[in-house]
Design a protein. Structure first.
Length: 305
């Protein structure tokens, strides 16, 4: 049974989520269509650019992404406290970048309604649903204009997976970054249209992505990932070798069962789980939802405990 969005996205439980959107009928609308031979690879760049643009407006941090031919993955953090700390003027400025008549609309309202409108916009700027909506709608409209057609581009709604702790976040980032390799369309981590590809090709930190801890000055208050970039790339390279049966020395960043980690990274199915984290975190989430069980608890026990 599909959870209502109010349950699947619970910022009091975790601010970290893995989101997946699939093209309608899983058609190759962002790649080369194997049936017709038409090539829509350039649309992957649209998605990549839109993710970066929206992350600069929303109170949302991007940890990883992968744009595939018929679906996309985004791993992100919703920073509700940051949005609450923005001034009213900042909220209006940011919202106007999303909807260019926002300032004019606000000026036309009496003061009490202006306050209500700004409060709604503040909530919107830390909304996972609005972020994914504005990402997907803009790509759909642009693709439909290019094709001279109307109709759906994406399936009904995006899927979201709660990431309940740091180990779950790291596992999901690796899973997303390894998408092209798992799909057999590349054997190179520098593959375009993934966050790891962008990180490896860019000196410094690519626009829109959260840096690793060794990519920011000591003492910086900038949000960062709690391992070094070198450690992370070593983990991915080890995983790639292990997926072919040549594990080698265990990487320091791996804090999971080796065999289960390799199996998880090799199989396309992690995103189908309702949540990911330690068994204790999964049980706590089930209790918050008033349920006895959360889909993914068995995987959590095998992978992390």
């Amino acid at each position: 049974m599909t959870l209502p969005r109010s349950e699947s996205v619970d910022l009091d439980a975790t601010p970290f989520y893995h989101c997946i959107s699939r093209c309608v009928r899983r058609a190759y609308l962002c790649g080369r269509d194997p049936r017709t031979g038409e090539d829509f690879e350039h649309r992957k760049e649209w998605v990549e650019q839109r993710i970066a643009a929206l992350s600069a407006i929303f109170a949302i941090d991007i940890y990883a992404y992968a744009v595939m031919s018929n679906h996309l993955h985004v791993v992100l953090r919703v920073d509700r406290e940051r949005a609450e700390g923005w001034s009213d003027d900042e909220i209006v400025r940011r919202h106007n970048r999303l909807f260019r008549f926002s300032k004019a609309t606000l000026k036309s309202l009496p003061p009490e309604q202006q306050a209500i409108k700004i409060a709604n916009w503040r909530e919107r700027l830390s909304s996972l649903s609005w972020f994914m909506r504005l990402l997907n709608e803009s790509i759909a409209r642009r693709a439909n204009r290019e094709d001279g057609c109307t109709g759906r581009f994406w399936e009904g709604r995006f899927k979201s997976q709660a990431l309940l702790d740091e180990r779950a976040l790291l596992a999901c980032m690796a899973y997303v970054d390894l998408n092209p390799i798992r799909a057999g369309i590349s054997d190179d981590l520098r593959e375009r249209f993934t966050s790891i590809g962008a990180r490896l090709r860019t000196r410094g930190v690519p626009a829109g992505l959260v840096p690793f801890q060794d990519q920011v000055p000591a003492g910086s208050r900038r949000r960062k990932i709690d391992i070094g970039f070198r450690e992370y790339t070593q983990l991915l390279r080890w995983t790639c070798r292990a997926m072919t049966g040549a594990k080698g020395r265990r990487p320091r960043a791996l804090s999971a069962n080796e065999d289960e980690w390799v199996a998880t990274m090799s199989e396309a199915g992690l995103g189908a789980l309702g949540a990911l984290g330690s068994v204790e975190a999964m049980e706590s989430l089930a209790e918050r939802r008033g349920r006895e069980w959360v889909h993914g608890k068995r995987k959590a026990a095998e992978l992390f405990d």
